[in-house]
Design a protein around this ligand. Structure first.
Ligand code: HEC
Length: 487
C-alpha cells in the first residue's frame, strides 16, 4: 500500500471533516441552544454535513481498497471493494460507520437531534478504530477517542457559530461558544500529550523522524488556531456589536485552519509512527536532563541559572493565560512575558549538550547475555589494543597515542546516551586542533569494518562491563577522570 498517496490523504481528510462538521453542528445545537429559525438552520447544516459524510465515505473507501488490494486496473475495483468490505477489519469499520451516519441523518430528519448525537459521535470515533491506535494499548485508544470528540466538537461547531453570528443573539452565542472551546482545547491538549508520548517517543522522534515533523506542523497550525480563538474571545467578542463582520471573518479563517489540521492528521494516519523508526537528530545540540540533575547534585550554583530561567518562563506565560481568561491586564502581562523570554532564553544554554545525528538511536539488540558475549569478542579484537583488556584505558598502544584512551569502566560513561556511543564507535572521535591547527584524531571510526548490530553488541558489552551500571563488575572500577569530546 502506498501510504503517502496524497489523494488518499485528501479523501480521508474530506470524510473526517464532514464527520466533524456533522457532530459539531449537533453539539452546537445542544450547547449554544439557538432558538427559532436559527435552530432550523443549524439542523439543516448538520444534515448537509452528515450527507457529505456518507458521500465522501464511498470514494475514500474505494481508493483505500484499491491501495490495500494493489489493483492494476479500474475493472478490478468492484472485486477489491467487496473483498475489503467482507474480509478486513477496516471494511467492517467503514460499513458500521455508514450505518451510523445514516441513522444520525434519519434522527435529524425527525427532529430528534439529541439522539442523533450518539450515532454521529460513534461515526467520528470509528476513525480511531481504523487508524494506528487500534494496535496500541487501551489508554491510547481512549486518548484517541477523546481527541477526536473534542476536536470534532470544537472545529465542527465553527460553521454553526459562523451562521449564528449573523443572527440577533450573536453575542450570547459567541459567549456560550467560548465555554465549549475552552473545555475542548483542554481535552485536545491533554489527549495529544498522551498520544504523542506513545507514538513519538520523545524529542528524538519529534525532530528526527518524518512522523514527528508532521506532528510539528500540526502543532504549529494548532497554535495559530488557538491564538486566533484567544483573540476572538478576548478582543472581538466584547465589542461584537460593532465588529461582527471581523469576528465572522476570523471564524471563517479558523474553519480553513481547522480543515488543514484535519488534513495533516489524515496524513499522519498514513505514516508509520515515529516509535518504529530510528530518529536522525538534526541539531548539533540537544537538551539534557541528566546534565541538569547532575549539576543540581554536584554544583547547585551552576544549576541555579538555567533552573531559574526555566521557572521564570513558566511563571510569566502562565500569568498571560490567566490574565487572558479573566480579561485583566493581559496586554501588560504579554509584553512582560515577551521581555522575560528574550532575557531568559540565553540562560537556558547550560541545559544543552553536543549532539549527533544518531544521538537518539535506540539499540536494535536486546542487551542479553548472548549479545554481551558477542560484544566481548568484538571488543578484544578491535578495541582492547587501546582501551585495555577490560576497558580501563590501559591498552598496549596507549603510550603511542596523542590522547589517552577513555576509561570505559568510569562513572562518566553513564552520562552518554546509547546513540552517542554508537556515533563515536562508528565515526571515531576528533579532538580540538593541536598547535599546528590540524584536528587530531583521538579514536578511529569503525563504520567501515563493523555493521550496526556489531556496534550495538559492543555497546551492550561496554554497558555490562561498567561497574556503575552493572554491580557484578564493581571491582574493576578505577574511577578514571572524565573525558571531554569536541566532535
Ligand atoms: C587507536 C586507539 C583506539 C581504539 C582502537 C579504540 N578507541 Fe575508543 N577511544 C580512544 C581514545 C583516545 C578515546 C578518548 C577520546 C577523547 O577523550 O576525546 C576513546 C574514547 C572512546 C569512547 C568514549 C568514552 C567516554 O566515556 O567518553 C568510547 C565509547 C570508545 N572509545 C569505545 C571504543 C570501542 C567500542 C572500540 C572498539 C570498536 C574503540 N573505542 C577502539 C582510542 C581508541
Amino acid at each position: 500500500m502506498d501510504v503517502s498517496d496524497p489523494t488518499l490523504v485528501l479523501l480521508r481528510a474530506l470524510h473526517v471533516a464532514a464527520l466533524c462538521f456533522g457532530f459539531g453542528s449537533l453539539v452546537a445545537l445542544l450547547v449554544l441552544a439557538p432558538a427559532g429559525t436559527a435552530r432550523f438552520a443549524i439542523i439543516r447544516l448538520a444534515m448537509i454535513a452528515l450527507v457529505a459524510g456518507l458521500l465522501t465515505l464511498v470514494p475514500w473507501f474505494a481508493w483505500q481498497s484499491a491501495a490495500i488490494a494493489e489493483i492494476s486496473g479500474l475493472g478490478e475495483l468492484p472485486g477489491a471493494m467487496t473483498t475489503v468490505l467482507m474480509q478486513t477489519w477496516f471494511g467492517t469499520v467503514v460499513f458500521v460507520s455508514g450505518l451510523l451516519l445514516a441513522s444520525a441523518l434519519l434522527l435529524c430528519r425527525f427532529g430528534l437531534t439529541r439522539w442523533a448525537l450518539l450515532p454521529a459521535a460513534l461515526a467520528l470515533v470509528s476513525e480511531a478504530a481504523s487508524g494506528h491506535a487500534v494496535n496500541g494499548k487501551g489508554f491510547i485508544l481512549a486518548a484517541e477517542i477523546l481527541h477526536l470528540l473534542a476536536a470534532g466538537a470544537w472545529l465542527g461547531a465553527l460553521p454553526a457559530l459562523f451562521l449564528l453570528l449573523r443572527g440577533s443573539e450573536a453575542s450570547l452565542m459567541a459567549q456560550r461558544f467560548s465555554g465549549l472551546g475552552m473545555a475542548a482545547v483542554g481535552i485536545i491538549a491533554g489527549s495529544a500529550l498522551a498520544l504523542a508520548s506513545a507514538q513519538i517517543g520523545g524529542l528524538g522522534g519529534l525532530f528526527g523522524t518524518g512522523y514527528g515533523r508532521v506532528i510539528l506542523l500540526k502543532l504549529g497550525l494548532f497554535a495559530v488556531l488557538l491564538a486566533m480563538a484567544c483573540l476572538n474571545r478576548v478582543v472581538l467578542t466584547p465589542m461584537l456589536g460593532r465588529k461582527a463582520t471581523i469576528l465572522r471573518t476570523s471564524v471563517l479563517v479558523e474553519i480553513v485552519l481547522g480543515f488543514s489540521i484535519v488534513t495533516v492528521a489524515s496524513w499522519l494516519a498514513a505514516l508509520p509512527p515515529a516509535v518504529h523508526q530510528q530518529p536522525v537528530w538534526p541539531f548539533a545540540w540537544r537538551p539534557s536532563l541528566a546534565i541538569i540533575l547532575q549539576a543540581v547534585n554536584d554544583a547547585p550554583q551552576v544549576a541555579a541559572e538555567p533552573v531559574l530561567a526555566a521557572m521564570a518562563l513558566a511563571v510569566v506565560w502562565s500569568l498571560v493565560v490567566v490574565a487572558a481568561m479573566w480579561h485583566r491586564e493581559w496586554k501588560v502581562s504579554f509584553v512582560v512575558a515577551v521581555l522575560v523570554t528574550i532575557f531568559s532564553v540565553p540562560h537556558l544554554a547550560p541545559l544543552l549538550v553536543p549532539a549527533y545525528p544518531t544521538s537518539f538511536y535506540r539499540s536494535t539488540t536486546t542487551g542479553d547475555a548472548t549479545s554481551v558475549a558477542a560484544g566481548a569478542v568484538l571488543f578484544a579484537a578491535n578495541c582492547a589494543a587501546c582501551h585495555g583488556p577490560v576497558g580501563r584505558g590501559d591498552g598496549p598502544l596507549t603510550r603511542s597515542l596523542a590522547v589517552p584512551p577513555a576509561d570505559l569502566t568510569a562513572q562518566h560513561l553513564l552520562d552518554h546516551e546509547d546513540g552517542e556511543l554508537f556515533w563515536w564507535i562508528s565515526h571515531g572521535i576528533d579532538r580540538a586542533p593541536g598547535p599546528d591547527g590540524v584536528p587530531r584524531q583521538a579514536m578511529p571510526g569503525f563504520a567501515g569494518s563493523l555493521d550496526d548490530i556489531s556496534t550495538w553488541q559492543l555497546i551492550d558489552f561496554i554497558r555490562a562491563n561498567n561497574p556503575y551500571l552493572n554491580p557484578d563488575t564493581r571491582n574493576r572500577s578505577s574511577g578514571g577522570a572524565p573525558h571531554a569530546h569536541t566532535n
